[in-house]
Structures are given as structure tokens and as C-alpha cells.
Design a protein around this ligand. Structure first.
Ligand SMILES: [Cu+2]
Length: 132
């Protein structure tokens, strides 16, 4: 599956070069995260994996188009359209690869900043992830 291979390679490249990483997770393939270990007597801490936010790709649009999350949170992009789409960073930081109907990809954003992205197949489709 060339599309998947390309996605994984780009994900690895992003991991190596940047503090923003991509978890490989295609339709139904979400990896279960182990709960964080909490030392005995330690005060309650925020879960290490952060919150999971959803962006639905529907009607040739990202919904919501603007999403603000916290550092360490994850975003799952799911394509609900018949047409394939991508969620691709405008600055080369991440790329979902081609998502067919019902396929999803999960990404984690570790570093505060503003991350504009688009669908490379339909460049008028644009969105922004803001990591506060
Ligand atoms: Cu598209």
C-alpha cells in the first residue's frame, strides 16, 4: 500500500526533525495507550497522553476548521466524504496521506504554535490547529 508507506515515512521524518509527531492510526487502528504510571503519594497529574479532539472532514471542509488544543493533545482526522482527502501541514510538519471514506489518522501536537493545514487534493479546504 504505497500511500500508507509514504505516510509512515513522513511521520517518522517529522519525529526525527521536529517536536511534533504523528501516530500511525488508520481506520479502526487506534493504538491503545498505556495509562501513565503515577508514583504513590504523588499529586494528581494530567494524563500524559492529553485529550483527544476530533476533526471531521465532511462536505469538502474540515469541521471545525479552527481548533485550539493544549500541548500534548491529540487530534483525530476522519474523512466522512466519499471523496478522498488529506490533512497536510502547509509548512511540511505533518501529512495524513490520502484518507478514503471512513479512514482516520491521529496526530499528536507537542509544541505550542499555530499549524495551518490543507487538503492537497482540494487546496481550498483549509484548517488550523492552534496549540496553546
Ligand atoms: Cu480534499
Amino acid at each position: 500500500m504505497p500511500t500508507r508507506r509514504r505516510f509512515l515515512l513522513r511521520g517518522l521524518a517529522a519525529t526525527a526533525a521536529l517536536p511534533l509527531w504523528v501516530l500511525a492510526a488508520r481506520a479502526g487502528g487506534l493504538a491503545a495507550a498505556a495509562p501513565p504510571a503515577t508514583p504513590r503519594g504523588a499529586p494528581p497529574v494530567r494524563p500524559a497522553m492529553g485529550r483527544l479532539h476530533e476533526v471531521e472532514i465532511k462536505g469538502f471542509a474540515f469541521l471545525p476548521a479552527a481548533l485550539t488544543i493544549a500541548a500534548g493533545d491529540m487530534v483525530i482526522f476522519t474523512n466522512a466524504d466519499l471523496a478522498p482527502h488529506t490533512a497536510t501541514s502547509e509548512t511540511g510538519l505533518f501529512d495524513s496521506g490520502r484518507l478514503g471514506r471512513g479512514q482516520s489518522v491521529r496526530m499528536s501536537f507537542a509544541t505550542p504554535g499555530t499549524y495551518p493545514y490543507l487538503c492537497t487534493l482540494h487546496p481550498k479546504m483549509r484548517g488550523t490547529i492552534t496549540v496553546a
